[in-house]
Write a protein that binds this ligand. Structure first.
Ligand SMILES: [Fe+2]
Length: 253
């Protein structure tokens, strides 16, 4: 299964800059540059912060891009999104019965998207309802390879400015459910606007760079990240039979 994975689009009002970055222009450039890759993917996954501060124009821009795309697209929300606005423009297929932006693709491999949004707050959370839905989806996946997708990474990087806004509530409950899955499983997140490959418990975790939001130019050890205009990126993910995983970090300017 080939997945084109993008996060942190931060699509804004026409002419609005996000920390100096023209996110709409960066999105349009990236979407054109990766058009061939997107067309040849089996699935496109957008991991939240589609719109900057939930603005309608952001969802409309993403909706137009998705409508022109023959590949199936799954999307969830990040801290900058507005669930109602997201649902209105992108559709109910991205939502589960609990009213959260959770959806899944099941085939010989499974991709499960979780909603970690806490309205008005920068950090992430998963409540019992959302985790119970995840457990049901993992039962459906039945040991086949899984990638679990959520905006807020459920790990600490040792960078306080980022760790303070990671998945803070429901983290241990989430990790115990994921770790008890009997098949291969990897976690994909966004939110920090930097590219990271790491491990949490026995599970690999990848943090995708921002597709068009301002990249974090510097953020390492105890150095706070500086967000500003610059190169953006995405991940090309191949999940093989038996759960092999190839993750390519892609960049565009
Ligand atoms: Fe973001």
């Amino acid at each position: 299964l080939n997945v084109f994975f993008l996060s942190d689009l931060h699509l804004a009002h026409e002419g609005e800059l996000v920390r100096g970055q023209d996110t709409n222009a960066a999105f349009d450039r990236g979407w054109v540059e990766f058009a061939g890759v997107i067309a040849s993917a089996d699935l496109v996954v957008a991991c939240g912060d589609i719109s900057h501060n939930g603005c309608m124009e952001g969802y409309m821009r993403f909706q137009r891009a998705v409508e022109g795309c023959a590949t199936k697209v799954l999307a969830t929300v990040g801290n900058h999104d507005d669930r109602e606005m997201f649902s209105y423009h992108l559709g109910a297929q991205h939502f589960c019965e609990t009213g959260h932006a959770q959806s899944a693709h099941h085939g010989s491999k499974s991709v499960i998207l979780l909603d970690t949004l806490v309205p008005g707050r920068p950090h992430g959370a998963l409540c019992q309802e959302r985790i119970a839905w995840l457990s049901d989806q993992l039962r459906l996946a039945a040991g086949r390879p899984v990638i679990a997708v959520m905006h807020h990474p459920p790990l600490s990087l040792g960078i306080p400015a980022l760790d303070d806004v990671s998945l803070l509530e429901g983290r241990s409950e989430l990790l115990s459910v994921l770790e008890s899955y009997p098949g291969p499983l990897a976690i994909f997140s966004g939110h920090h606007h930097i590219a990271v490959s790491n491990r949490v418990g026995r599970l690999p975790i990848y943090i995708c760079p921002a597709f068009s939001g301002p990249p974090a130019k510097f953020g390492l050890w105890r150095h706070p990240p500086e967000f500003g205009p610059g190169a953006n990126g995405a991940c090309g993910v191949t999940i093989g039979d038996g759960g092999s995983l190839a993750v390519h970090f892609l960049t565009h300017v």
